[in-house]
Design a protein around this ligand. Structure first.
Ligand SMILES: [Fe+2]
Length: 387
């Protein structure tokens, strides 16, 4: 598909990837209006365990109550409006704003104004509860929505659910060493577009993702969420028990083996494979800066089972994975043999060109890059909202 307008890429204007004004509007019109990923329930095990998450313009606190329930509130003291809780904490006894020590219980009720109650003779504490936000647990993930009256999360994610993997992440074990946070020097939409770009898979990742059959990938949007499935490559699947680098997930018979790699709108990537489940959480920081948080879960299995799988599959992988180009893997992402490093490099190289007067997107692939065009149209629609 030839691109007729050199200032578009291909649907959105170049300024969508560079301007602070666009970025701020996205925070207001997109990220403030969707369910935001906030971690796993097991992150907050005990009463008083809490975390905070930015949902567009809103900072939301999540805390586990005395009754074991997770609740979400806007992280704003009702006294002077200060942000209260710092990002993470364990077993707090109450929610306290450090500015003037106004204190709330785990259900958001104003509990106390230490020492100075006489300063507020007319104050009715019932009117100054924390503003509630919505919280839901869906497929083993915690989500929050700034609107306390948000429609059920199933309304939002339900349509794409049949296209996701058969995985049950709440029954898998997280590998803490695999958790990672990376800052990418690119607009968050480049990271999302890279995630859904089927055209680049056998090209950029010629040395790193050969275990999947990219030619038979099935892609498409369901509502605003992107669904992606591709089968295993035949040489890998022929002897999967031997070739899998770690224990296979037991799904029973009733599913298709392969990689399910959806992008939940706007920036929650999942990678659900025959051996693992990971989340790839895209967090916009600035027009040209994006944080990506990844967390990975594996099936519960003994250490011996992992060692055995690694050992018996090593001969297969020795020839299977390698760098795209020869070079120093420490210095050159293209020599790293690491598909994530390859993707980051591609996103940053795209961002780096945007300031050039010669920049343009000249063409995009009819099938392989359709998801990118569709995604940009979805972003465009959200940005056309008037409030
Ligand atoms: Fe990629």
């Amino acid at each position: 598909m030839i691109n007729e307008d050199p200032t578009r890429m291909p649907v959105l204007p170049v300024s969508a990837y560079t301007s602070q004004e666009w970025f701020d509007l996205e925070q207001k019109l997109i990220f403030s209006k969707v369910w935001a990923f906030a971690g796993f329930p097991e992150d907050l095990v005990n009463t008083g365990d809490h975390t905070t998450v930015q949902a567009g313009l809103n900072n939301i606190l999540i805390i586990r109550g005395n009754d074991g329930t997770l609740r979400a509130f806007h992280n704003i003291c009702r006294h002077r409006g200060a942000r209260m809780l710092r990002p993470h904490g364990k077993s707090a006894s109450a929610i306290t704003c450090p500015y003037h020590d106004w204190t709330y219980d785990f259900e958001g009720n104003l509990k106390g104004i230490p020492n100075k109650r006489e300063e507020f003779p007319d104050l009715d504490p019932a009117c100054l509860s924390l503003h509630k936000a919505s919280l839901a647990i869906w497929r083993g993930m915690v989500f929050v929505h700034p609107d306390p009256e948000a429609p059920p999360i199933e309304d939002w994610f339900g349509p794409v659910a049949p296209y996701l993997g058969p995985h049950q992440p709440d029954q898998m074990m997280e590998i803490p060493q695999a958790a990672d946070e990376t800052i990418i020097k690119a607009n968050w939409k480049f990271v999302a577009e890279n995630y859904i770009d089927a055209y680049h898979l056998p090209l950029l990742h010629s040395g790193t993702l050969g275990m999947y059959d990219h030619r038979n990938a099935e892609t498409g949007f369901v509502g605003d969420h992107f669904a992606f499935y591709e089968p295993l490559a035949s040489d890998y699947s022929e002897n999967l028990e031997k070739n899998a680098p770690s224990p296979l997930i037991d799904f029973g018979n009733n599913h298709r083996v392969g990689a399910y790699v959806p992008l939940l709108f706007p920036g929650i990537g999942l990678s659900e494979t025959e051996i693992s489940w990971s989340i790839f959480h895209i967090v916009p920081l600035a027009p040209d800066r994006t944080l990506v948080q990844t967390r990975t879960k594996l099936p519960t299995a003994s250490e011996a089972a992992f060692t055995k799988a690694e050992r018996r599959s090593s001969s297969y992988w020795r020839n299977k994975v390698g760098p795209k180009y020869e070079g120093d893997p420490e210095m050159d992402p293209m020599a790293s043999g690491d598909f994530m490093a390859e993707d980051i490099f591609a996103c940053e190289q795209q961002q780096a060109s945007l300031s050039s007067p010669y920049f343009s997107v000249g063409a995009s692939a009819d099938i392989g890059e359709k998801p990118v065009r569709d995604y940009q149209k979805i972003i465009e629609r959200w940005m056309q909202q008037t409030t």
